[in-house]
Design a protein around this ligand. Structure first.
Ligand SMILES: *Cc1c(COP(=O)(O)O)cnc(C)c1O
Length: 479
């Protein structure tokens, strides 16, 4: 399997790369995102076999089946060992790894948030940690991951990379702006290869510092700076697996279809659903749920993709969906436009840069987003979120977090008779306690292993929003 950039000219096959080459890379050199040259097709016999694999051998074995179709430069025994080590009951809490919970008739939750940081990003990041450690050891190289976080991504990255050989994490976050629980999760890590940097500023200041360091190519090369952001293909690929696992749990035979509703921000999660559907998984609809930051809902309703300025990007109670643009969206548009890399380059490289928008409403391809690719969308607000959390708790005794609530609200608007709908649960309510208290008048349940976490000693370095200070810190801790 080779990978190409979403901005590659279709005639150009020289720039195609193998999996381990793109594993440690972010964007492609032309600014595009990597995708496989083609989607491997899963026929009926394979689907039947995988149903048995998941049932009899478990999630890790299913992950190995799916990943084997995309990775041909890691020996099978090694890849199998990596999957087995990653997806364990000890780490993810249940034998199913992603168990389904029934709400009402034909509406299910798929629990993706029982990993170490209680958010779905663990599903991919835990695998990424093991893949990085493996590939870096094989090359005899080191990697210093520099990131900015306002919550979920940073903690998922730290819990994935803690104690891993050859990897250090330098994670910047805005001082005093994460929830006490999120701060405790990150800052209580005592592993020598994990560095928390609390910056006097807001999230954008952290992100600007990361960009500035990455743009210093000499520094970047000398200190082997890398990232783990959501455009990494390996993260997306790992997420494809749980669409299969959800399907097998909700159906008894392969002639049944199901739909998914996905709380969306950067379009990584639902893009994995798109890939699963392209592989032949019988998915009917893929419903994109957004919060007040409705860039994606607007596109699927109107055909206009319009990036928001920072003044139009709202801080909401489902903060992991607060985006001004959806960085993985380019992958879907590449498929939608018949994999025309030159056109994708014109839209994402040129039009977005110049006008901050593009309009596909008059293009016949736009209709196919719904008709051929199954995409629908909807939007949820703070009031919807509170009402949905309350309603779900009162009627079913199930407490859901704010992001999942956005998706449950939107899923209800797209239910179709005879087609089970699975809502992906992307975080546990404990991570967003203040809104749960607002909705229910009580504190959310806390998993036993997080009891008293706020009182643990903290390991964090406070710093001014100063690029040179971050560089100096990295240089000092890279020996
Ligand atoms: C990251 C995140 C999302 C958004 O996922 P994307 O892949 O960016 O669309 C939704 N919910 C939670 C809890 C998250 O952490």
């Amino acid at each position: 399997m080779k990978y190409l950039s979403t901005r590659a000219a279709s005639s150009d096959s020289t720039e195609r790369k193998r999996f381990c080459e793109i594993l440690l890379e972010g964007l492609a050199p032309d600014g595009g995102l990597y995708l496989p040259e083609h989607y491997p097709q899963v026929d009926d016999a394979t689907l039947l076999k995988w149903r048995g694999v998941y049932r009899d051998q478990g999630y890790a074995a299913l992950a190995f089946e799916v990943l084997s179709l995309y990775i041909d430069d890691i020996p099978a025994v090694d890849l199998k060992a990596i999957c087995d080590k990653t997806y364990t009951e000890a780490v993810f809490g249940t034998k199913e790894i992603v168990p389904l919970k029934k709400l009402e008739n034909s509406l299910w939750l798929e629990a993706l948030s029982n990993g170490p940081t209680l958010a779905f990003k663990d599903m991919a990041m835990q695998l990424l940690g093991n893949l990085f450690e493996y590939e870096l050891a094989r090359r005899g190289e080191e990697l210093n991951i520099l990131g900015a976080t306002s919550g979920d991504t940073g903690s998922a990255a730290e819990y994935a990379m803690r104690g891993k050989k050859g990897v250090r994490v330098f994670m910047t976050s805005p001082f005093g702006r994460m929830s006490p629980f999120q701060q405790a999760q990150m800052f209580s890590l005592m592993d020598a290869n994990i560095h928390n940097i609390a910056v006097d500023g807001v999230f954008d200041d952290c992100q600007d510092m990361v960009k500035a360091v990455s743009n210093d190519l000499e520094f970047k090369r000398q200190y082997r700076i890398g990232t783990v952001n959501s455009i990494n293909w390996a993260r997306l690929m790992a997420q494809v697996v749980y669409y299969f696992a959800g399907y097998f749990q909700a159906t008894t035979a392969n002639d049944q279809k199901i739909s998914f509703t996905v709380p969306s921000g950067n379009f990584g999660n639902v893009c994995a659903g798109h890939v699963a559907r392209m592989m032949g998984l019988p998915i009917d609809k893929l419903v994109v749920a957004t919060n007040e930051n409705d860039v994606l809902d607007e596109f699927f309703r109107t055909g206009v993709y319009r990036v928001r300025g920072s003044a139009d990007t709202h801080e909401t109670s489902s903060p992991s969906m607060d985006i001004s643009k959806a960085s993985n969206f380019e992958r879907f548009v590449f498929d939608l436009l018949g994999r025309d890399g030159a056109r994708v380059k014109a839209l994402f490289g040129d039009a977005l840069g110049k006008d901050g928008r593009f309009d596909l409403s008059a293009d016949p391809a736009f209709k196919e987003a719904a008709t051929r690719y199954g995409f629908l969308s909807g939007k949820s607000t703070h009031a919807n979120r509170l009402a949905t959390i309350r309603d779900t708790f009162e009627r079913f005794g199930v407490m859901i977090d704010t992001h999942t609530a956005d998706a449950v609200k939107v899923a209800r608007e797209h239910l179709q008779p005879g087609v089970p709908m699975i809502v992906l649960e992307t975080a546990l309510p404990i991570k967003f306690a203040a809104t749960i208290v607002e909705a229910l008048g009580r504190e959310p349940d806390r998993p036993a292993k997080f009891e008293g976490i706020e009182a643990l000693p903290k390991r964090v370095t406070r710093m001014a929003a100063d690029v040179d200070a971050v560089k100096a810190y990295i240089a000092q801790h890279c020996t």
